[in-house]
Design a protein around this ligand. Structure first.
Ligand code: BGC
Length: 252
């Protein structure tokens, strides 16, 4: 029970990595707001499994500040405080650079960078009240590693990398830790387009020393640790969890 009594908000918490993190937090005793964008039922399902009264599903679009404020307010009204934020909601729209439209760029950056920025701001305003908090951002190996055909996604994740480091510094006096998790290739709806193409899967596997695509659960354990008091001295860094994919980056 590493998170007993803590209150957590997981954006995009009804599927993929966010779902695995919400469930793992639930097993560790946290109360959780499961944010979702599209479909209520999967979010309700996760909440039912976490347990009666311990989790609520809230619809919010993380690219809209008004939605974010309602999301955080609802959490605090229901559970009394906010200790842990997981900025997990994200989208990916692989498109050759020469074809990217203004609308695609705006949408990519709105969900993957503006969202984490303003959810962190609303969450930090709560955490400051009790001088402690954890903000965990689900970034990507592509905060550092280029991915041709996905420039807007890479730009958003690169921006998130700097947001993490800047907020870690700015919020440290309030004992709010800000960290990143950089997953590699994890089997979730975000990379369905790759996983459904055997040739793309082979190409991807050839870059992963551990020779397999990761599971959302591979990421959830790290999130539990980062959210717990055991990681109180950890801030301003990204933890890659990628089966070794980053060993080929050469830059870290
Ligand atoms: C992307 C996936 C990709 C993986 C490894 C993730 O950030 O969402 O589409 O397969 O990185 O390249």
């Amino acid at each position: 029970m590493q998170l007993a009594g803590k209150v957590a908000l997981v954006t995009g918490g009804s599927l993929g990595i966010g779902e695995a993190i919400a469930r793992a937090f639930g097993r560790e005793g946290a109360h959780i707001t499961v944010d979702y964008f599209h479909h209520r039922e999967p979010a309700e399902h996760v909440c039912r499994e976490i347990g009666h009264g311990r989790a609520i599903a809230v619809q919010a679009d993380v690219s809209k500040v008004a939605d974010i404020e309602r999301l955080v307010q609802t959490t605090v009204e229901k559970f009394g405080r906010l200790d842990i934020l997981v900025n997990n909601a994200g989208i990916e729209m692989p498109t050759p650079f020469l074809e990217v439209t203004e609308e695609q760029w705006d949408q990519q950056l709105a969900v993957d960078l503006k969202g984490p920025f303003f959810v962190a701001q609303a969450a930090a305003r709560q955490m400051i009240k009790h001088k402690k908090g954890k903000i965990i951002n689900i970034s990507s190996v592509h905060e550092d590693l280029p991915m041709p055909g996905n420039a807007a996604y890479c730009a958003a994740k690169g921006g998130l990398r700097m947001l993490i480091r800047t907020l870690a510094d700015e919020l440290a006096p309030h004992h709010i830790n800000v960290v990143g998790i950089g997953p590699g290739a994890i089997a979730t709806p975000i990379n369905k387009h790759t996983l459904e193409d055997p040739q793309k899967v082979q190409a991807l596997l050839s870059t992963i020393p551990l020779g397999r695509i990761g599971k959302p659960e591979d990421v959830a354990g790290l999130a539990v640790w980062l959210a717990s008091d055991a990681a109180d001295y950890v801030t301003g860094t990204t933890f890659f969890i990628d089966g070794g994919l980053m060993v080929h980056a050469g830059s870290l």
